[in-house]
Design a protein around this ligand. Structure first.
Ligand code: ATP
Ligand code: MG
Ligand code: MG
Length: 554
């Protein structure tokens, strides 16, 4: 029993258990089509299905819905497996709709023999014209009453590759007058002469989603098949197909629908994400600006943050747009717990401590993460010449400016109290050097009277001779519009933000010298950053994951 209140999906399951479904018959699946990389919308579905698996101690299959060889690839299968694992879930069986092609074919032959399916040899235009409208019955195909023998013969020859694509299809014989358009003799098979990533050229007829999906659920004995709302009208057909093959000693799968999750300022559709990749608007599926799980991983998001996000938004009955700032909140919350604090300067200006001995260096102690239960420390170097952020200094400032200014004191984080004394400017009036003096007795943690002196501000810094130059990639929303997909008249690409990537050079403390791809840090006072996969031994590269607080102005 669960403490929190049940969502409507859990209520459905509880109801079925109450009505006699044994708990050990519960089985779920996550059924991606391997035609692209998973996105944050899929994460909701993954967390739902695998979360149910954990809650009920039930197996969850990872099923690849691979019935269209023209669009599916092994690369996508591999990426999907990697993403589900990374999110922290374990599937029971790795299965493929293509594993069932023979069984589906055999069942289809039975359907033909019972007069419940026929080969239609009209053009797709003709078939479309006969569909009718929701209020007007469709027209029967002239091939609807073909004999069983002729249907069996044609279907076998379709399978044997005797016909070209588009010349014949196999349709279920249901009801051309059904108020549900999907029941008007839906297509079960079409001819596709493309190599399949798993079955190669063995098949040239491929089952449609509706024929393959419920039957795959049945073969795997899935008790609850959860899908998104657009499949609601398909449920009748899902059930009709099951009726044809169902053995009552077995579990009869149940399709139920929940609302698709959309995220603001991005698109969640593999087809659209594919366009962004193919047309070069981003560097790839794992571009850190993408709504893909791989993009978010590379950006520095954590599995815990994404799971927590999915849990927070929950499962809904109506489609809505979730503000991306909620996702960022979850990311920040997790990174705050787990990332070491380090110092980095991203818009450097030189600070010279005039009374600090020339050539001297000292190593100061800095705590790694105040959130840690048992505090750990590292050493950071200090010297006469430092970088600080340009915006942390103003020659003249009002009393609300708690950073460095002339004649006032500020603390250098983990180091000394300094006082601004003067500036050097270039011919354009831009400050090239700030001169300051330090109070040698004020070292942080030294316990001296001077170290306990209260000064209004603390700023971060790096020691110039020790700092490491790094490329830092700063991201903004990929789309300027909250819902780029929302207006069907306007192409979503019209809203691409031309300034979504800004590459700068920053300086980081030397403890980061050996940071590797995927390592995550809090750059103090700046935000969370993760080492990118492009980093090498010679060149550190960071992605800005998210700022320290929500500064996004709408
Ligand atoms: P896309 O349009 O991006 O290709 P899809 O629904 O066609 O999405 P599938 O690979 O068929 O992608 O999806 C696998 C599972 O993930 C399905 O059960 C689907 O309903 C679910 N899913 C896909 N997108 C979302 C979303 N935005 N929110 C919640 N669940 C989703
Ligand atoms: Mg799809
Ligand atoms: Mg789909």
């Amino acid at each position: 029993t669960k403490e929190k209140s049940l969502n409507f999906i859990e209520q459905i399951i509880e109801e079925d258990l109450k009505n006699g479904l044994p708990q050990d018959k519960l089985r779920f699946r996550f059924p991606p089509e391997p035609n692209g990389y998973l996105h944050i919308g899929h994460a909701s579905s993954i967390c739902l299905n695998f979360g149910l698996g954990l809650d009920y101690n039930s197996p969850v299959n990872l099923r690849f819905d691979d019935t269209n060889p023209a669009k599916e690839e092994q690369e996508f299968v591999d990426a999907i497996k990697n993403d589900v694992e990374w999110l922290g879930y374990k599937w029971d069986k790795e299965v493929y709709a293509s594993d069932y092609f023979q069984q589906l074919y055999d069942w289809t032959v039975e359907l033909i023999k019972k007069g419940k399916a026929y080969v239609d040899s009209q053009s797709s235009e003709e078939i479309a014209q006969q569909k009718g409208t929701p209020t007007q019955a469709g027209t029967a195909s002239t091939y609807r009453d073909r004999s069983v023998e002729e249907n069996l013969d044609l279907f076998e020859r379709m399978k044997n590759g005797e016909f070209e694509e588009g010349t014949h299809i196999l349709r279920a014989k249901i009801d051309m007058a059904s108020p549900n358009m999907l029941m008007r003799d839906p297509i079960m098979y079409r001819i596709i002469k493309a190599s399949h990533h798993r079955t190669g050229d063995k098949w040239c007829i491929y089952p449609m989603y509706d024929w393959a999906h419920g039957e795959s659920d049945y073969i795997e004995q899935i008790s609850h098949s959860f899908c998104t709302l657009e499949f609601l009208p398909h449920r009748e057909l899902y059930d009709w197909f099951l009726d044809q093959i169902y053995d009552e000693n077995k579990v009869r799968p149940k399709q139920r629908e929940f609302a698709r999750r959309n995220l603001s300022h991005t698109v969640v559709s593999k087809r659209k994400l594919m366009q962004l990749v193919k047309e070069g608007h981003v560097t790839g599926w794992d571009d850190p600006r993408m709504s893909t799980i791989s993009g978010m991983r590379r950006r520095g998001y954590t599995p815990a943050a994404i799971r927590n996000f999915a849990d927070t938004i929950g499962i809904a009955k109506r489609t809505n747009l979730i503000d991306v700032s909620l996702l960022e909140f979850c990311v920040r919350e997790d990174l705050n717990k787990i990332t070491p604090r380090v110092m980095a300067v991203l818009d450097p200006v030189k600070l010279i401590i005039t009374n600090y001995p020339e050539g001297k260096e000292e190593w100061l102690e800095a705590e790694n993460n105040p959130e840690e239960e048992i505090m750990t420390y590292r050493q950071i170097p200090f010297s006469k010449e430092l970088y600080i952020e340009r915006e942390d200094f103003l020659e003249e400032a009002n009393s609300k400016f708690f950073r460095l200014t002339l004649g006032k004191e500020v603390r250098l984080k983990n180091a000394y109290i300094i006082k601004g004394e003067g500036v050097v400017k270039d011919e354009n009036g831009r400050i090239t050097e700030i001169h300051a003096t330090y109070d040698a007795d004020s070292k942080s943690g030294s316990g001296s009277e001077a170290s306990k002196r209260k000064v209004k501000g603390t700023i971060h810094w790096v020691s110039i001779p020790h700092a490491i130059k790094a490329e830092v990639r700063i991201y903004d929303r990929l789309f300027t519009h909250e819902n780029p997909d929302g207006n069907k008249e306007i192409d979503f690409k019209e809203y691409i933000n031309p300034d979504s990537l800004n590459i700068i050079t920053g300086y980081v403390e030397p403890s980061l010298a050996h940071a590797k791809a995927g390592d995550k840090f809090q750059f103090q006072r700046l935000g969370y950053f993760a080492v990118d996969k492009d980093a090498t031994d010679e060149q550190l590269v960071f992605n800005k994951t998210v700022g320290l607080r929500d500064t996004w102005a709408k």
